[in-house]
Write a protein that binds this ligand. Structure first.
Ligand code: PHB
Length: 389
């Protein structure tokens, strides 16, 4: 046979599934996230984290080649996320689903993971309820209640009693508002106004005026990382909230490491609670930062989503090793339950009961380090579970 004919015959056989050897030599990971649109950074950060892991740990596990398939939701778009997940499961026969920056997309994919028995590794989406929506979900990122409740302790201990809350009006924002407010009030503080802003294209100026008029000690903020945090801090600066003596306390989404250098001096002094800072001092973080910069030289500073993706890959490599490269959904979940990971943020555990991450929540302050702003950790709350579970 001529070479072209052989190639065509092989291709046809492969299409019919007559040559499964190739598929069996590969472990496939389908990564679903926004790579374009207003949340494009989420996918890019995750891709950077995945590449950093693979640059450091290779692309073969238990004799199998790791293949990562990236899919862009352009989101937030739950419908597209769900369709992409179905394609990945049915057509590509992926062994793992991963990614998920935004809660609505994670929630839309949960039934697909459940039906296909495909492990789904959540690398950001942080509404508490997500992990209860399928037995095949494990989360390596955070939950908003986990991050926000400690701020309710820190605030009152540090003389912040009268607070206005501002959150994005969807799952993680509502979770943050509830967990922070309950803890603050339990400690004797008071929420004088609770403001919710739309997830899409929020206009912060009028809300910021309302905060100013309420004259609180501080404003507590959760907005999804990226453009919205930039917009909020711009409004805060322009409307003179700092001059009025109103502090910003927030989840670390507001001072996301990736956008922080572009946010200007208005962020200096902002106090946040969070699970990861690029300024975290540990050998694991040093290795991560180095590998990220080498694998994605133009990506800027990695943030918490890059770290969760790096840790998610760590989890997938651990599972693949334990199972000798033969991935089965139920066996994979058994390995994930109780798994320990030496993360760049510090050690984390996947809770055996809830499949949710248990970790230290740090209190940080934005300060200049070597001329550039960083979230400098100065206090911590160890072993934090999602408080709702
Ligand atoms: C989410 O949609 O769950 C989400 C998005 C961005 C964040 C945190 C949570 O910074």
């Amino acid at each position: 046979m001529k070479r072209r004919t052989i190639a065509a015959a092989l291709a046809a056989l492969a299409g019919l599934g007559a040559l499964p050897a190739h598929a069996q030599d590969t472990i496939k990971i389908g990564v679903i996230a926004a790579f374009s649109g207003p949340f494009a950074d989420y996918g890019k950060q995750m891709e950077g984290g995945i590449k950093a892991w693979m640059a450091k740990n290779g692309d073969t596990v238990a004799g199998k080649k790791i293949q990562v398939i990236y899919k862009d939701t352009t989101g937030p778009s739950p419908e597209i996320a769900k369709r992409l997940a179905q394609e990945l499961v049915v057509r590509d026969k992926v062994d793992f689903l991963a990614g998920f920056g935004l809660t609505p997309e994670a929630l839309a994919v949960a039934p697909v993971a459940q039906q296909a028995k495909t492990p789904m590794i959540v690398m950001n989406a942080a509404t508490s309820v997500i992990t209860t929506k399928s037995d095949y979900i494990a989360r390596v990122s955070m939950t908003l209640p986990q991050i926000s409740a400690p701020m309710g302790d820190w605030a009152v201990r540090n003389g912040v009693r009268k607070v206005v809350t501002v959150v994005a009006d969807y799952g993680p924002g509502i979770d943050a508002e509830k967990a922070f407010s309950e803890r603050l009030q339990k400690n004797g503080g008071k929420v004088v106004e609770a403001i919710r802003v739309p997830l899409r294209n929020p206009e912060f100026a009028p809300f910021i005026q309302r905060i100013k008029d309420a004259r609180p000690d501080a404003v507590f903020v959760f907005v999804p990382a990226g453009e919205q945090s930039v917009a909020f801090m711009k409004g805060y600066r322009e409307r003179g909230l700092a001059d009025a003596g109103i502090k910003v306390i927030a989840t670390g989404d507001l001072t996301d490491d990736h956008v922080l250098p572009a946010m200007g001096d208005a962020t200096l002094g902002v106090i946040t609670t969070f699970h990861y800072s690029a300024a975290h001092k540990s050998p694991e973080n040093e290795a991560f930062l180095k590998s990220f910069a080498a694998a994605s030289p133009n990506a800027g500073r990695p943030n918490f989503m890059a770290v969760a993706a790096y840790d998610g890959m760590n989890a997938i490599y651990q599972v693949s090793n334990k199972l000798g490269g033969r991935i089965d959904g139920d066996k994979a979940m058994a390995v994930l339950k109780g798994m320990k990971i030496d993360s760049p943020r510090g050690p984390i555990t996947i809770d055996a009961q809830t499949r949710d991450v248990v970790q230290t929540v740090y209190v940080r302050k934005v300060e200049k380090v070597g001329g550039a702003p960083y979230n400098v950790e100065f206090d911590k709350f160890p072993d934090q579970k999602d408080p709702g579970k």
